[in-house]
Design a protein around this ligand. Structure first.
Ligand code: ZN
Ligand code: ZN
Length: 557
């Protein structure tokens, strides 16, 4: 940070600022920090700390997280983490990054139950102080007065967060939709949101996921009715796959099963964990008992409904294994029906399509959200966004929870609705919300972290970068043994991921390249290694059109 930028910020005194560490630029790894005060003595809170799932661009990386180093460095003035709801993209990184943050975690009872399971897995359940608040609660963290405002979404107890720094106010929307007929839990707190609007909301920091969609999301009530019809008319076995955390949908599917006289079997650890957490918090009370896998095969075809994970095509999840006919306890056959009661998250299309194709091979019928109203998203479409703007009348709209195209469209949409100020923010930019015009005033260092097996590594300099090269063109390993005079004693070449015809040819070529080297050059191991590496890669390029990773180790007798 240069002297000029320090001075500029000190002049601004008690700024209210927003720093997204993740979530503005991707749907996933949500992590938003709100700060108040001069730059060098700023007080911070964090809202949500989630993960994003890896894809083939980062081989071997399942989980991507925001780098929270900037907040860790300012830990003395960091007052805690507030969780808006228990989706993985909002809580998934807490257990991984809490050892760095060492902070209080504020959340609702349902999020606390799911978090406890994760903390136990990480051996942190004794260390992390979970402070549980019911939706609607007010509490203070450092200079911030906070209020969890109930909203409707696709997991129990979702809340927006009203933030009053004394200097300015922000409504952090969390993930939300307007469902007038939710089938579980609270309604959206319309009255309270209107009151907050009357009181004055400086900035609305708002979910952008469905900003490209016109109209309003269907209610869960309509999804429940549609699922009910489909299940009532099914003749064979029925499997419903949905998000493991979608307790409301699970409840709707269970009700549909009960009215059709079907027993319910649950498959998938994540779904069983959610159900257990939900029951501890008083949900699913009238859902009755669920049966174990073992009983699935003994029930008549029209007397069973399977609820399972894998709606995103996850290869290890129950529905993928059933579709491959490799599940140890559960099999479906011709005449049975699988309902995908979920949307395919962008990026998962190939995997979902593979599962549906496998089911087609077994002549199992499939219904997806393209065929019938078996899913409704938990995020606001344009009509709902407009409604929220009307309730809150914010001075500034800052889009979040979106890819760049969503954020940009959200800015345009808000302008068209007459919101006077908008700010397109990206991860790591620090925006001043108050006083004055909202603007970007600085940038925090940081980036993304990869969870690689059990270790947390940097996303840029970590092993995924090297693995991408290995995945494209394999590796050639060369071991060279020389004596003191520089004569070649032995040369061994091993290759992986390289066409079988090449290694023999390469070994001969490497020997020739060695022999062609003047004796003076053979004195330096590094020169020998680099000469052979270049020769091998060039030969591969000529013969194969690709340059593999090449490692050369030189030994001397
Ligand atoms: Zn989310
Ligand atoms: Zn969510």
């Amino acid at each position: 940070m240069n002297a000029k930028s320090v001075k500029r910020k000190l002049d601004q005194g008690e700024d209210l600022v927003l720093l997204p560490l993740g979530g503005t630029g991707e749907i996933g790894m949500n992590c938003y920090c709100y700060g108040v005060g001069p730059a060098l003595t700023r007080d911070w809170i964090m809202v949500d700390l989630g993960v994003k799932f890896g894809d083939e661009r980062d081989p071997g990386i399942d989980v991507i997280m925001p780098d929270v180093g900037y907040i860790t460095k300012n830990r003395k003035r960091f007052h805690g983490l507030v969780v808006t709801h228990a989706h993985e993209d909002h809580i998934g990184a807490i257990a991984h990054l809490w050892p760095q943050l060492q902070c209080e975690v504020h959340c609702t009872p349902f999020a606390a139950e799911l978090l406890k399971l994760k903390l136990i897995e990480h051996g942190l359940d004794e260390d992390v102080k979970l402070i549980v608040h019911k939706p609607g609660s007010k509490f203070a963290l450092g200079p911030f007065k906070l209020e969890l405002v109930p909203v409707t979404h696709s997991i129990p107890e979702s809340c927006a967060l009203f933030i009053d720094s004394g200097r300015g106010t922000a409504l952090h929307s969390g993930d939300w939709k307007i469902d007038r007929f939710p089938q579980m839990g609270h309604n959206i707190a319309e009255k309270r949101l209107r009151e907050l609007g009357d009181r004055g909301v400086d900035a609305l920091v708002c979910d952008s996921t469905n900003v490209l969609r016109e109209g309003e999301s269907p209610s869960e009530k309509d999804v429940a009715a549609s699922l009910g019809d489909i299940i009532a008319n099914a003749k064979g076995r029925v499997a419903v796959t949905t998000f493991a955390s979608h307790v409301e949908r699970i409840s709707c599917a269970v009700k549909a099963a009960r009215s059709a006289g079907r027993e319910v079997v649950i498959a998938g650890r994540a779904m069983r964990n959610t159900i257990e957490a939900a029951r501890k918090c008083g949900y699913l009370k009238d859902a009755g008992a669920f049966l174990d896998f073992e009983e699935f095969g003994y029930l008549p075809n029209d007397r069973v409904l399977l609820l399972c994970t894998g709606s995103q095509g996850e290869s290890r999840a129950a529905i993928a294994r059933i579709a491959e006919d490799s599940h140890p306890q559960i099999a479906l056959e011709k005449g049975d029906l699988v309902i995908f009661s979920a949307r395919t998250i962008p990026g998962n299309e190939k995997e979902v399509s593979a599962v549906i194709n496998n089911l087609a091979k077994l002549e199992i019928d499939v219904i997806t959200a393209d065929d019938a109203l078996v899913h409704s998203s938990g995020h606001p479409r344009q009509g709902e966004l407009k409604q929220m703007y009307e309730w809150l009348r914010p001075k500034i709209l800052i889009p979040m929870h979106g890819e760049p195209r969503h954020l940009r469209a959200h800015v345009e949409f808000a302008k068209a609705q007459g919101i006077s100020e908008t700010l397109l923010l990206q991860d790591l930019k620090i925006a001043r919300l108050k006083p004055g015009q909202a603007e970007i005033i600085d940038e925090a260092p940081g980036g993304r972290l990869h969870l690689d097996g059990k270790l947390i590594v940097d996303s840029e300099d970590g092993p995924a970068r090297e693995r991408r090269k290995l995945a494209m063109s394999g590796i050639v390993f060369l071991s060279v043994l020389m004596n003191d005079r520089g004569d070649l004693q032995d040369l061994v070449l091993e290759a992986d991921g390289v066409p079988a015809a090449l290694p023999q040819e390469l070994e001969e070529l490497a020997e020739a390249a060695f022999t062609a080297m003047p004796r003076a050059r053979r004195k330096d191991d590094n020169v020998v290694a680099e000469t052979l590496r270049t020769a091998v890669r060039r030969a591969c390029d000529n013969a194969w059109g690709k340059k593999p990773v090449c490692k050369v180790v030189v030994h001397r007798t």
